[in-house]
Design a protein around this ligand. Structure first.
Ligand code: GTP
Length: 303
């Protein structure tokens, strides 16, 4: 936990590169395989947050910057964190990811954008585990080093996790002194849970409308990455009365099924992953006594 008087560092780091060079794999490694980082949430029109790495006194916010490469991905901004949106500074560093000894027109195009940005840049040469001819690679590396004033050229294997910690350390050191833009736990499993609950709540409201009791809450009881790569998400909808429960479930479970289908699609879009969603509805007991319900509303110290 950082204390108010501690000096903290925080900044935006763009990860760019043509498709398939291993950007997501690298990011997962940088963030320690946190489930939530696969969500691709937009921040502003210029930056999309890919993941936040907070440790000790630093916070590195990895972003996707559409202007820096050709790829365009559709983005959802409804779930944007409003508190953070206004204060985000500009990107201060670029990680330009390429692949082994391959260099093609797309890489060249990304490079031209990096050059135009004038930003400090680390060239990350990924998939080194596939490079057999080390001598040829050294020659290639020499050529690469002449293309731009890269601050560092770092050969890595994101898949094997090799050299990734070195990148993390260099990034951490390069960040400017600044307060954290996000709470320390932002974009962790818990945030993903929050997003999942928000999506279910949104669908409940959409398909139940004004009839939805105000006090209805959604709690994500399970959010885990199953071995088959699917997110298993269990959502519990808490209502106050049996009649409300029946209304949400609908005849033969039809209403809840519709809500679930729509929620699942939005989650897959947001988390960029297949989702298996289970939901059930429960009548809650005493309202104020229900610690879990309060937690889900954010009335607890650790939320
Ligand atoms: N051999 C090897 N394969 C890797 C490495 N890093 C990533 N890959 C593989 O390369 C493929 C693409 O990786 P991604 O991380 O999805 O690449 P990306 O750049 O995020 O791709 P886009 O999402 O299309 O932009 C996957 O099959 C990865 O398993 C590596 O270090 N070595």
């Amino acid at each position: 936990m950082t204390q108010p008087n501690d000096t903290t560092r925080c900044g935006l780091v763009a990860i760019v590169g043509r498709p398939n060079v291993g950007k997501s794999t690298l990011l997962n490694r940088l963030l320690g395989q946190k489930v939530s980082i696969t969500s691709r949430k937009p921040q502003t029109t210029r930056h999309r947050i890919l993941g936040i790495d907070t440790e000790g006194d630093y916070q590195a916010i990895y972003v996707d910057t559409p202007g820096l490469h050709s790829e365009e991905k559709s983005a959802m901004n409804r779930y944007m964190n409003r508190a953070a949106s206004s204060s985000l500074a500009e990107v201060g560093l670029v990680l330009f990811v390429i692949e082994g000894t391959r260099w093609n027109d797309d890489d060249e195009m990304v490079l031209s954008k990096v050059k135009a940005s004038g930003l400090p840049c680390y060239l990350i040469v990924n998939k080194m585990d596939k490079v057999d001819d080390k001598e040829a690679f050294m020659v290639h590396l020499q050529g690469l080093s002449e293309k731009y004033k890269f601050e560092h050229i770092i050969p890595i294997s994101a898949k094997q996790g090799k050299m990734v910690d070195d990148i993390r350390e260099l990034v951490a050191k390069s960040l400017p002194e600044s307060e954290f833009f996000f709470p320390e736990d932002y974009i962790t499993d818990r945030s993903s849970r929050f997003m999942a609950a928000e999506i279910i709540r949104e669908k409940l409201m959409r398909f139940t409308g004004d009839e939805l009791p105000y006090a209805t809450t959604v709690e994500i009881e399970q959010f885990k990455l199953a071995e088959n790569g699917v997110y298993r998400i269990s959502g519990l909808i808490l209502v106050e009365r049996e009649t409300q429960k029946r209304m949400i479930i609908g005849k033969g479970g039809k209403h809840l099924k519709t809500i679930g289908e729509h929620a699942r699609k939005d989650m897959e879009n947001l988390f960029d992953n297949k989702v298996f969603l289970e939901m059930w509805v429960k009548v809650k007991q005493g309202w104020a006594d229900d610690e879990r319900a309060l937690r889900s509303l954010g009335y607890s110290d650790d939320s």
